[in-house]
Design a protein. Structure first.
Length: 251
């Protein structure tokens, strides 16, 4: 049940036929894991907390640097050198004290991801390395938890929801295969990234996470949304399930 203050706070959700009071109750009861408090994670976290997601576990083992402030809008100059997860949790508590944000200064990998992500209803991944993304994706597959994955480079980004355990839906590895982070791979620091694009992608990822919890709109699984900030333009590709995928395939 929603109290009087919650009915007022979330009134603009509740009047939406596709969400309503029942959807808001689901949001309040949901437990979401957000992996990464960077350019994508910062706006995504703010919209998830504002939406009333009841519990969020935030995984990030990095500290705030001055170069982060161009796009990571939860942080200020006074936060430089401090753990991102801890600073973010404090800022988010000011936005909505009814949402419990638990910071975890742990980097997820193949050894710990399944145990740490267990018990969550949705996982939102905004990390910037294939090693982390694949560890999180494989764990989400094993746990049968919807994975919302977002990535960005320069003026381009992508967002998708993955439910690879379903017989007709791909997993993240169907899309990227056994991708790896080459030692000579270009980085955000070398090529740059438009700060406002990270806001766009983070907000999109938050919307898809809310969709996964409440069920509004069309089923998104396996639809890869590609956003070009230069044009600007967006197109959507329906990804097939890879029968040879070593995570969810048949062989």
């Amino acid at each position: 049940m929603l109290g009087d203050a919650e009915l007022e706070r979330y009134a603009r959700h509740i009047v939406l036929h596709e969400i309503g009071g029942a959807g808001q109750v689901r949001l309040n009861a949901a437990r979401v894991a957000v992996v990464g408090a960077g350019g994508i994670g910062c706006p995504a976290l703010q919209y998830l907390v504002a939406a009333g997601v009841g519990s969020i576990t935030l995984f990030d083992d990095d500290t705030v640097s001055l170069s982060n402030l161009q796009r990571q809008i939860l942080f200020a100059e006074a936060d430089v050198g401090k753990p991102k997860a801890g600073v973010a949790a404090v800022a988010l508590a000011r936005l909505n004290p009814g949402c419990v944000v638990t910071p975890s200064l742990i980097r997820l990998d193949t050894a710990n991801a399944s145990a740490l992500l267990a018990g969550h209803d949705v996982v939102l991944d905004g990390t910037d390395s294939f090693a982390s993304r694949l560890a999180v994706a494989d764990a989400a597959y094993v746990l049968k938890v919807p994975l919302v994955s977002a990535a960005i480079g320069q003026f381009h980004g992508q967002v998708a929801t993955w439910r690879g355990w379903l017989p007709d839906k791909p997993c993240y590895r169907c899309y990227v295969g056994d991708a790896f982070d080459a030692e000579d791979c270009d980085t955000c620091a070398e090529l740059g990234v438009l700060g406002a694009m990270t806001g766009l992608l983070g907000s999109f990822a938050a919307m898809e996470t809310i969709r996964a919890i409440t069920g509004f709109g069309d089923e998104p699984s396996g639809k890869l949304h590609l956003i070009d900030g230069l044009s600007p333009a967006m197109r959507t590709i329906t990804m097939p399930k890879d029968p040879g995928c070593r995570t969810c395939g048949l062989g």
